[in-house]
Ligand binder design. Structure first.
Ligand SMILES: Cc1cc2nc3c(=O)[nH]c(=O)nc-3n(C[C@H](O)[C@H](O)[C@H](O)COP(=O)(O)OP(=O)(O)OC[C@H]3O[C@@H](n4cnc5c(N)ncnc54)[C@H](O)[C@@H]3O)c2cc1C
Length: 437
């Protein structure tokens, strides 16, 4: 069958573009066979590939990526490697205490796997355990922080609450009135991380980039075709985010969104001094529809802004980028009016997939075809642990975490006019977020 939906990213992902240009891609040519074939080199694909290769060192594992590694959603993320749920719908966060604790444990297992790999291979990606701030700029946001704190208390998680003066000291702006610091998350340069993960695979892994899969023949074995070659294996893993739909699965079960980021040019020393505050931090808005920002000092002195979730068919990351950049400009100028002349050097969008009931895709999609999608905004942690557990499942391993992942619900079917509903909901949430955006 022809693949009906493939990504087409532009080359304006700031995280990728500020790194040295990658070596020329090894493109899939000719017809190869292997034991395990993984499509997609985001967090899920990199993790499932590494784990398959670790568990079966005598097997050949091939990873095929349509774009350059780092130019995908994984390399376009804001680099918050988060242990908690991303948003603060705090009332549900600890309603089911055991489920909340299990969710945090699952995410931390993903972060541990990344931490071990990054440390073992000395991957240079500014991976630091700085924690994350959830910051409020409105009284509604402050209320959400209080609810979040109650939820964290309920599951014995530590945090520190900061008031306005401390916010100004850390962030170099008076914009925020209250912030909750949770210490166990990491910050990372996401494109550097995925490039580093790909560059340090076990020896039995081969990676092909710029090799978009255009068609697939399911069978025993399965074969995928790219423009210049093909790959055949008895076991196929689709780590292709929402584009898994293009492979004939999950029709009307995924909600395709784009979210958008912008990165400033490097700040001058004078601008940094004027800004004040700590040299590195990451803020997630108290309201889920608000703006995330990061100050990134090493190796460049820049500020990242991310906001807006827009519904999309996932193939258009460019036509609305200037519209998103305007929203980033406004958010930046509101927070740091004294730096309003500092331009963004890059603005970009990237794909996210949600499901209506928030449940993930994990497991066998058809005989010997496996997949994992829907990481609910915490793709670094959840994509990584899902990929690792999927490899363990394929290899017949057993663990408490794997059983928990298998026991999760699965996405339900979208409603009629789901796209319209999502658009209206996104617009309403932006209005309610107000100054949190
Ligand atoms: C702007 C932005 C900010 C974000 N911030 C954060 C954050 O701070 N923290 C966090 O945890 N998450 C964040 N996310 C979410 C996170 O990036 C995603 O959840 C994550 O990338 C999903 O990982 P994945 O491996 O499932 O998919 P992806 O990273 O999208 O990887 C899928 C891969 O499959 C490839 N592919 C698809 N179809 C084909 C095909 N036919 N042939 C070959 N290859 C194919 C794609 O090119 C892609 O490389 C953010 C996302 C965006 C867009």
């Amino acid at each position: 069958m022809e693949i009906s939906l493939t990504p087409s990213y532009d080359n304006n992902n700031g995280w990728q573009e500020i790194l040295p240009a990658p070596a020329e891609a090894t493109v899939l040519t000719g017809d190869l066979t292997c034991d395990y074939l993984v499509i997609g080199a985001g967090y899920s694909g990199l993790s499932v590939t590494r784990r398959l290769a670790e568990l079966d060192p005598s097997a050949s594992v091939v990873l095929v990526e349509g774009d350059r590694i780092g130019n995908n959603a994984a390399g376009r993320s804001s680099g918050f490697a988060i242990d908690h749920a991303h948003n603060l719908r705090a009332k549900s966060f600890a309603d089911a205490k055991a489920a909340a604790i299990a969710g945090v444990t699952m995410n931390r297992a993903g972060l541990d796997y990344l931490d071990q790999t990054i440390t073992a291979h000395n991957i240079d990606c500014q991976w630091v355990k700085e924690g994350k701030y959830h910051a409020a700029a409105t009284s509604r946001g402050e209320g959400m922080l209080d609810s979040f704190a109650e939820s964290l208390d309920a599951i014995d998680e530590d945090y520190t609450m900061h008031h306005a003066a401390k916010c100004e000291e850390v962030f170099g702006t008076r914009y925020y009135t209250k912030a909750l610091h949770a210490p166990h998350s990491y910050l990372v340069q996401p494109a550097a991380m995925v490039r580093g993960l790909a560059g340090t695979m076990p020896e039995n892994v081969s990676i092909y980039e710029s090799s978009m899969v255009k068609s697939v023949e399911y069978g025993t074995p399965h074969t995928v075709h790219t423009q210049r070659g093909s790959a055949t294996a008895p076991v196929l893993v689709l780590a292709t985010n929402g584009f898994t739909e293009g492979f004939g699965f999950l029709q009307k079960q995924l909600i395709p969104l784009i979210t958008w980021g912008s990165l400033t040019r490097e700040l001058t020393d004078a601008e940094s001094e004027q800004l004040g505050g700590h040299p590195s931090y990451g803020i997630i808005a108290a309201h889920p529809a608000g703006t995330s920002v990061r100050r990134v000092t090493t190796p460049n002195n820049r500020i990242l802004v991310r906001n807006i979730f827009s519904f999309s068919k996932r193939s258009d990351f460019t036509s609305r980028v200037s519209w998103a950049a305007k929203s980033h400009r406004k958010a930046f100028d509101n927070r740091w009016p004294e730096l309003s002349g500092v331009p963004f050097s890059h603005s970009w969008g990237g794909a996210l997939s949600l499901s209506r009931n928030g449940e993930p895709v994990f497991g066998e999609l058809r005989p010997n075809v496996y997949g994992t999608v829907v990481h609910n905004g915490v793709g670094i942690a959840r994509g990584t642990i899902s990929g690792k557990l999927l490899a363990e499942m394929i290899m017949g391993e057993d663990s408490e975490l794997l059983r928990q992942m298998q026991a999760k619900g699965r996405p339900n079917t979208n409603l009629p006019f789901q796209d319209l509903g999502v658009r209206i909901n996104a617009r309403a949430r932006r209005l309610i977020a107000g100054r949190e955006e």
